[in-house]
Design a protein around this ligand. Structure first.
Ligand SMILES: [Zn+2]
Length: 145
């Protein structure tokens, strides 16, 4: 039985295992947190396959999908780009792929696109994607197909 006047220090002094248990719990808590807030989960596959690159180019009509001031780039699509960067957790799936020329791919680099960028890309795609191809951008791991 603990007396009413017993302090936390008295309990720790009498039961050192409580201190050890508390330290272990704190370490476990920190380890779990680090896992969650650390590097984003990444798609195991980094590169688009040859056929995915061909498909990205085909559905974009062979052209770069970048647009500036309402004018679409006239260069041929040379690179299959992760719309949402792979390094930030973007999936290596067709729904997260766009065809870009070398210059615009380099310019974009690992920039996370704004919702406005995605919205405009989807709207443009509605005009040049072949019928039946979903223009929707879906980048999240495990959701994209
Ligand atoms: Zn371009």
């Amino acid at each position: 039985m603990l007396a009413a006047s017993t302090t936390v220090t008295d309990v720790i002094g009498a039961h050192p295992f409580i201190t050890v248990a508390a330290v272990i719990l704190i370490l476990l808590f920190l380890a779990t947190r680090r896992r969650k807030t650390g590097k984003p989960q990444q798609d195991q596959r980094r590169m688009f396959t040859g056929s995915q690159k061909q498909e990205a180019k085909r559905r974009a009509g062979g052209r770069c999908e970048h647009s500036s001031m309402g004018f679409r780039c006239k260069q041929p699509g040379q690179h299959a780009d992760h719309i949402f960067p792979w390094s930030k957790g973007g999936a290596t799936e067709m729904s997260n792929c766009q065809s870009l020329c070398a210059r615009h791919n380099l310019q974009k680099s690992a920039t996370v696109p704004s919702p406005f960028y995605i919205h405009r890309l989807q709207r443009r795609r509605g005009r040049y994607f072949p019928a039946g191809v979903n223009p929707r951008v879906e980048w999240r791991l495990g959701r994209a197909h």
